[in-house]
Design a protein around this ligand. Structure first.
Ligand SMILES: Cc1cc2nc3c(=O)[nH]c(=O)nc-3n(C[C@H](O)[C@H](O)[C@H](O)COP(=O)(O)OP(=O)(O)OC[C@H]3O[C@@H](n4cnc5c(N)ncnc54)[C@H](O)[C@@H]3O)c2cc1C
Length: 463
């Protein structure tokens, strides 16, 4: 009998009938489905996956992992690039049953279970004409995305996701259940807003929602050969837009299917994915200067409900692809960096690969660099490079291209990267990312998790 099979049996015995969720071990028929991560490049074999159906279940599982001296991972949506929602030969506290969403339209607040995906939050808030700032793919987990920061279409208008977090219900490493907000456990609340899963398991988030319902959005694509002039115009123009208008810059290959016009299928492009919260006239005005720079190959922009834009890429990036990630914050995009972007994207290894440059300004700049752990409040952009393909045989090519591209650009970066766009890149990168907030995070870690029980994450080590 393998050690991992033993652990699943031990969990059944030790957790007993108190545990209301489901325990899945290597001998169970749904083990392979339960352990699968969004990024199929990461193949982890946990000893036991504990699907927790209540905060009490979470506390029991944390206690079990500690008592057995097994590594513990916490799984929200399972989207993390480095596979940090799972762990080899350890215990996975899978929060996927914690899926309730309840909206209070009066206070415009939303309570969200720790295992929800953004699709569920978007659907529930949209019914009331409200939205919480989230990411650009709706299958992503609320847990990981929020605890790392949260960048998306509403960043300029409403701030990062953490800037809209009002409270969290947390299971701590010692099994205690506490609430964190500006008034209760304020240091824990500070640490949670960017410090990842280092401080506890969040079983429920409370967010401030905003009156955003319909938007004008979608992609405009230009030929990859136009990169220099488009990016030169974009880096100057985007920051001048009012906060209700945004667009992230992207490099992609036009997907080989509808709704993209057949004549541009598989063409390498640069582009902007727009999101304007306003009238059609305001949207036209916001986009016009970029449309005048060069003739686009495609302008696929229209009025739609915000959840439609937030899920527009879901069908393209389905679970089970191979992903390799690299990222950096960027203060300025000099001409040499533009040329390197153009050069590397002309050589994308697969059609699903590419790069995004997200604006970090507007409401995200209203919060000071030390107000939350998210230290890069005065940077201008967060760039991510993704090598993606369905075929496992492409993995080495994805890795080589992503690393090569990142190494070429890194000298022009601000130093650290958004934690949620990183893989497992070691302690120096984590420190660079938190900058001067790292020491305070390490002290909070000593208070809330001195034994580093929560270490399957972008780890902050106790001081
Ligand atoms: C296709 C795709 C698109 C993305 N787009 C965006 C985007 O637009 N904007 C953006 O900001 N990010 C984006 N991301 C990155 C995303 O924020 C991270 O991958 C994030 O880690 C995913 O969270 P998760 O809950 O799905 O992941 P998981 O793999 O389940 O967890 C990731 C980490 O968070 C911890 N964690 C998760 N939930 C909890 C919880 N409730 N309590 C405590 N710890 C928890 C885990 O322990 C782990 O360390 C995207 C990722 C993918 C794959």
């Amino acid at each position: 009998m393998s050690m991992t099979a033993d652990s699943a049996e031990t969990a059944r015995r030790e957790l007993g009938t108190d545990f209301e969720g489901e325990l899945i071990g290597p001998r169970d028929p749904d083990y392979d489905t339960a352990r699968a991560l969004f990024n199929a490049m990461i193949d982890k074999r946990p000893a036991v996956i504990a699907r927790c159906s209540s905060p009490a279940d979470v506390a029991r599982v944390v206690g079990f992992a500690r008592a057995q001296d097994l590594p513990l991972a916490v799984r929200g949506g399972g989207h993390n690039g480095g596979g940090l929602g799972s762990v080899d030969d350890g215990v996975v506290a899978d929060l996927s049953p914690l899926r309730s969403v309840s909206v209070d339209p009066g206070t415009r607040t939303v309570r969200v279970g720790g295992g929800c995906t953004w699709a569920e939050v978007d659907a529930a808030t949209h019914e009331h004409g409200l939205a919480v700032p989230c990411g650009v793919i709706s299958t992503t987990g609320v847990g990981g995305l929020t605890l790392g920061g949260g960048i998306g279409h509403l960043t300029r208008g409403c701030g990062l996701t953490i800037d809209n977090l009002l409270a969290a219900e947390v299971v701590l490493a010692d099994g205690q259940r506490v609430r964190a907000s500006a008034d209760e456990n304020a240091e824990l609340f500070w640490a949670l807003r960017g410090g990842g899963g280092n401080f506890g398991v969040v079983t429920e988030f409370t967010f401030q929602a905003h009156p955003v319902s319909e938007i004008v959005g979608g992609p405009t694509f230009w030929a990859i050969e136009d990169t220099d002039q488009m990016l030169a115009a974009y880096r100057e123009y985007l920051p001048t837009l009012p906060r209700n208008a945004t667009g992230f810059f992207c490099f992609h290959t036009v997907p080989p299917g509808p709704p993209f016009p057949e004549e541009i299928h598989m063409r390498k492009v640069c582009g902007i994915v727009w999101c304007i919260v306003g009238s059609d006239e305001e949207a036209e005005q916001a986009m016009a200067p970029m449309l005048a720079v060069a003739e686009p190959l495609m302008h696929g922009v229209g009025r739609m409900p915000l959840p439609a834009l937030n899920s527009a890429f879901d069908g393209l990036y389905t679970p089970g692809d191979q992903w390799y990630w690299r990222a950096d914050f960027v203060d300025e995009i000099p001409d040499e960096a533009m040329a390197r972007n153009a050069d590397w994207n002309a050589r994308m290894p697969t059609w699903k690969s590419g790069s995004h440059i997200y604006p970090i300004d507007g409401a995200a700049h209203d919060v000071g660099p030390q107000d939350t752990p998210w230290a890069y409040r005065d940077t201008r952009w967060a760039q991510v490079i993704i090598g993606v393909d369905a075929d496992p045989a492409s993995a080495p090519a994805l890795r080589d291209w992503t690393i090569g591209y990142w190494e070429a650009l890194h000298p022009y970066s601000a130093g650290g990267a958004y934690v949620n766009f990183m893989m497992d890149e070691g302690q120096a990168r984590v420190k660079a990312t938190y900058g001067e907030n790292y020491d305070r995070l390490a002290r909070a870690k000593t208070t809330y998790d001195p034994e580093n029980v929560f270490r399957v994450n972008q780890n902050i080590q106790p001081a």
